[in-house]
Design a protein around this ligand. Sequence first.
Ligand SMILES: Nc1ncnc2c1ncn2[C@@H]1O[C@H](COP(=O)(O)OP(=O)(O)OP(=O)(O)O)[C@@H](O)[C@H]1O
Length: 675
Amino acid sequence: MELEAIPGVGAKTAAALRELDDPTATVESGDVAAIARAPGVNEARAARIARGAIRRRHGDDGRVLATDRARELYREAIDLLRERTVTDYAAKRLETFYPSASASRIDEAQAFAAAATARDPDPAVREALADCAPLSDPPTVRVRDRCLATADAETLARAEAEVPELSVETVEDARDVSELGRSYASVIVLDESFAGLDVEGDVVVRPDALETPAETVPERLLAFFAENRERLEAAAAVHEAAAAAGDPVSADGDGDAAPPVDLDRLRDALSRLDDDGTIAGDAELDRLTAAVDDLDAAVSTAASVADDRLREAIRERDVTIEGTDFLSLVEQGARVDSLLDRELADEYDEAVDAAREHLADALRLEPEEAELAERVFGGAPSFPVDHDESAVSRLRTELSAARDRRAATLKADLASDLGDLREPAEELVRDALELDVELAIARFARDFDCTLPEVVGPGEGSSSGFRIEGGRSPLLDVDFAAVEPVDYAVSGATLLSGVNSGGKTSTLDLVALVVVLAQMGLPVPAESATVERFEEVHYYAKSQGTLDAGAFEATLRDFGDLVDGADGRLVLVDELESITEPGASAKIIAGILEALDEQDTTAVFVSHLAREIRDAADFAVAVDGIEAAGLVDGELRVNRSPKKGHLARSTPELIVEKLADDRGGEFYGDLLEKF
Ligand SMILES: Nc1ncnc2c1ncn2[C@@H]1O[C@H](COP(=O)(O)OP(=O)(O)OP(=O)(O)O)[C@@H](O)[C@H]1O
């Protein structure tokens, strides 16, 4: 697949995506975290790319959300879900859910949502999710003691691209390789032609070295795990918390509850790794590292130990100097050291032994290392006691080499252990993060008493349009517990009348929300719902006051386009009459309804002018009504579910009726007759 074919992916983004291991598969998987690993692609962008890929996969190039208010409703739905996530990842990932007109996309999302709502959002799991985040790639580590070597220009280019951690050197013959062997602790020759090469030092010929990066640069794998330690531990904790809550993550859907990686093994491997990607917890490596680091200091303390011994010994001895010696001391400036040798040989030897012992102890040297260390002291007698700098340097070289060998072996061992853990560890983290998405959907469904709706294609099921039973909008300005259930079904075009504040706008919001959520493949806040798979949702909010001529013309043009549009749309319009004077409004709305009625469109027009519109229309306009049961203590008592085929009485009519009842008299009676 051409990456540029995905909606929203331009040349620049495609180039960034090509940096991923398997760009096409990653993008098609919809794995937001994996897509976000492309350079310069953040999670929000990754979610848009994933959404584009989903659209493409389902051949879904329609735009269901056709108006500002419809898009606003979608944002509100997404926000309700996002509020229920713990991780930033899940919040972004939810954006891959969008209202679709594609049956296969809705089915796919519904399958995900059905599994999600079966979950039990456990507080301990939420807590564990707090530290979860997608894995990240650490910056490239430069390894300076190892190099790759080749005689071939193509291999050189490939090696430089695939193993940026190591220098890649050009060699022509064994002599070049041998020279490299002197500058690098180890050399990996990539050309088969060098097989059987016999040069000194740590030089190996490995034509497959580029295919086995875990062996060639174990540092890469170690840096990856070191960088992601906390995320991996957090993901492990999520799996454990979920298992303890009896609802294991096991996102593979095969019922296998075990996490994709043995958590003890992962933790053991991580415990062998320092935060900077070096080896931790190996006593021998620690000993050698400390010995190299402390060498100079230990030599100098060992010398002081010897000096103290010798000083003590000299202080306690009477030394007789022969006249000739004294003369040579005075005349020739001979050093007094020669006297040491002659007069204090034993004491000097003891002091040297003490120094050697101190050095071996302080550096915790092994016997063969101690042998080397012995040569540091014991040269020509002197006071203060001298040490042999070249012996120190040899010891340092030896210890450093042992340390590097040890580290290299341990790194290789650990990298080989971690090598098979990498993929399952990525899955571990991905599953934990996906669990957050699922739990957000589960909590949403529980918090708002949701069900998975039936979404039917045009011509499927008993009727088109929508049917909502017991719908309760979470978007109202009252506590969700106080929201009264609404039953409402519409097929075709209808007017919705009703008393002021009866809940007409809230009903339109509920319908739009249920339809948008249903086409996102998500549960809807209702006892049950059947929704046609609409191609487009046009929701027009109430306009704020009368429009000037220009704006009025623009709005009319909008509706002109609307009636010219395709089949399979849902049109929700709130009090369109407010755009102009009531008489003209009624005629305009009647005309629009008439045009829509001739099409396969589902429409609900909220209006206070239902009677006038009906009178102005050339066809039998369907009218539903939100009816007030009456006024109780000055308060409207409303039946929130619109009554089918019923023109609701308006609030003024109700008040006149109440006055006619309460006060009697001709005036109120006559007034009432006029309604
Ligand atoms: N189903 C419901 N359950 C509880 N309260 C509701 C419900 N529907 C609406 N309300 C309450 O009634 C108020 C008014 O609702 P809404 O604005 O939808 O009425 P309306 O009929 O559109 O009013 P108007 O005629 O003034 O435009 C809401 O703010 C909300 O407090």
